[in-house]
Design a binder for this molecule. Structure first.
Ligand SMILES: Cc1ncc(COP(=O)(O)O)c(C=O)c1O
Length: 461
């Protein structure tokens, strides 16, 4: 009806009941279809009025943000600390934590494998493991890269305590305090915190909601500043959910290589894609030394295992030294269980289900936001991962909304956390990586009301 222009921009769509009757399908089927259209930004719902067709011209994605053109000394730690503590406290609706496995965990299988590991090799598994990781886990990781067409050797892999440690080691391998590092903006606050702690400076490069890092802006920054490394999610960005196509990953790498800049790629959401295929890590296109890939099982299996890795051809010897100095080794028993989990095929089966569940959750969350938030709200359309990024009305402060929402048992992450400078004050990130329940719809409605209160207050009587 939309493509044949039976429905024109602004028209009301048929009611769920009417369309279900007309097409001889169930009402939930029509509702699901409307959720999808709403998620794509083609229709929107108004409370008690039904669904309406958007004006085709309307772009509802967050806009490209003007960022500082010079490197920034980062000073975000106290804000990050405050929000981090807040969002990890118990809440009715935990939209503040990006923990996709809670949408669909595989606890029963992992528990069984843990019991069997203890039975088989208990004494050995409670000791210190090899400093750079358990060989049989590394071999499983090598196999996974081989499936992506990437030929790597176990010696180039260092197992770490989550991707966070991998990122920290990678930065230390290629920078000195005071150096300039290019980062995504908005980008994951863990990287911003690392930059602050390592005494580095950040140059922020904007992220396009569709395709990831704006390469033109990066090219400009590279001509102006002596950038030593670029940390970037080559697959799916947190918090915007963009997906960088393979051709752009290649262009990104080429640009960095020409400027002698090491790419530190953060691929933690790589397996949680909603696109047809998984993107290839930039490492696939690189020569040794050009890219350090950081990844983990935190977003796909169990964040508490704290098992991640870095794939660092050309940097592995240095990375091992840092790993030893920082934490000796990572949990042997957890690595063992993960190796068994991967080898059994259960991990891949779980990933398939998790991706589907996250896509369902995304559609539900976007539908709720579109009906409950003021019409001027701009919403990203995640191509993977578990978070959505909202640009609220210009006068709304994400920090104030954070405090108001927390007081009502709803957690969220204020936008300021995702910038090394003071950008994104009117933005927030919400996670749909949770076991979706009716209470989440009610909480989103409540959140939409709070946003409305704030925008009415600013507008005045
Ligand atoms: C983009 C991104 N990179 C890295 C990490 C850190 O992952 P890990 O928990 O494996 O240390 C996170 C965690 O939230 C993340 O969102």
């Amino acid at each position: 009806m939309i493509s044949q222009q039976v429905l024109k921009p602004g028209d009301k769509l048929p009611s769920l009941r009417k369309l279900a009757q007309q097409l001889s399908v169930s009402i939930p089927t029509v509702k699901q279809a409307y959720y999808h259209l709403e998620g794509q930004g083609r229709i929107y719902s108004k409370e008690k009025s039904g669904y309406f067709l958007f004006n085709g011209e309307q772009n509802t994605l967050p806009r490209r943000c003007k960022l500082p053109i010079n490197p920034t000394q980062v000073n975000k730690q106290s804000l990050i600390e405050q929000v981090y503590e807040g969002i990890h406290a118990p809440h009715e609706a935990k939209f503040g934590i990006a923990n996709p496995v809670t949408a669909m965990g595989d606890e029963a299988i992992l528990a069984k494998m843990m019991r069997s590991a203890l039975k088989q090799a208990g004494e050995q598994l409670l000791q210190y493991g090899a400093m750079d990781g358990l060989l049989k886990l590394k071999q499983q990781i090598v196999q996974r890269y081989l499936h992506m067409g990437l030929s790597v050797v176990a010696d180039d892999i260092v197992i770490t305590n989550g991707a966070q440690e991998a990122l920290a080691i990678a930065l230390q391998c290629v920078t000195q305090p005071g150096d300039v590092v290019a980062i995504e903006s908005p980008g994951y606050f863990g990287i911003i915190e690392l930059i602050e702690n390592l005494g580095l400076q950040a140059i922020e490069i904007p992220v396009c909601p569709d395709d990831g890092l704006w390469l033109e802006d990066l090219a400009h920054a590279l001509t102006k500043h002596d950038v030593k490394a670029c940390v970037c999610s080559t697959s799916i960005n947190n918090p915007i959910g963009s997906f960088m196509p393979d051709s752009r990953r290649q262009s990104l790498l080429q640009m960095l290589v020409e400027n002698n800049v090491t790419l530190i790629e953060d691929d933690v959401y790589g397996d949680l894609y909603f696109t047809k295929h998984r993107g290839k890590p930039a490492q696939y296109y690189a020569q040794p030394g050009q890219v350090i890939t950081c990844d983990s099982f935190s977003k796909t299996a169990a964040p508490s295992y704290r098992v991640g890795w870095m794939l660092a051809p050309g940097h592995a010897a240095r990375a091992r030294r840092y790993k030893r100095a920082l934490s000796c080794s990572s949990s042997l028993i957890n690595q063992w269980v993960l190796a068994e989990y991967l080898a059994s095929g259960a991990y891949d089966r779980h990933l398939k289900k998790l991706r589907l569940r996250l896509q369902e959750n995304k559609q539900k969350m976007l539908a709720c936001i579109r009906s409950a938030f003021p019409i001027e709200t701009r919403i990203s359309d995640p191509r993977g991962g578990c978070v959505v990024w909202l640009e609220l009305g210009a006068s709304i402060d994400g920090g104030t909304l954070f405090n108001m929402a927390m007081a009502q048992g709803i957690s969220l992450t204020p936008g300021q956390l995702f910038s090394a400078s003071e950008r994104f004050q009117n933005c927030i990130r919400l996670s749909y990586g949770l076991p979706w329940q009716d209470k989440h719809e009610a909480s989103l409605k409540r959140l939409g009301e709070l946003v409305q209160v704030l925008s009415d207050k600013k507008r005045g009587p």
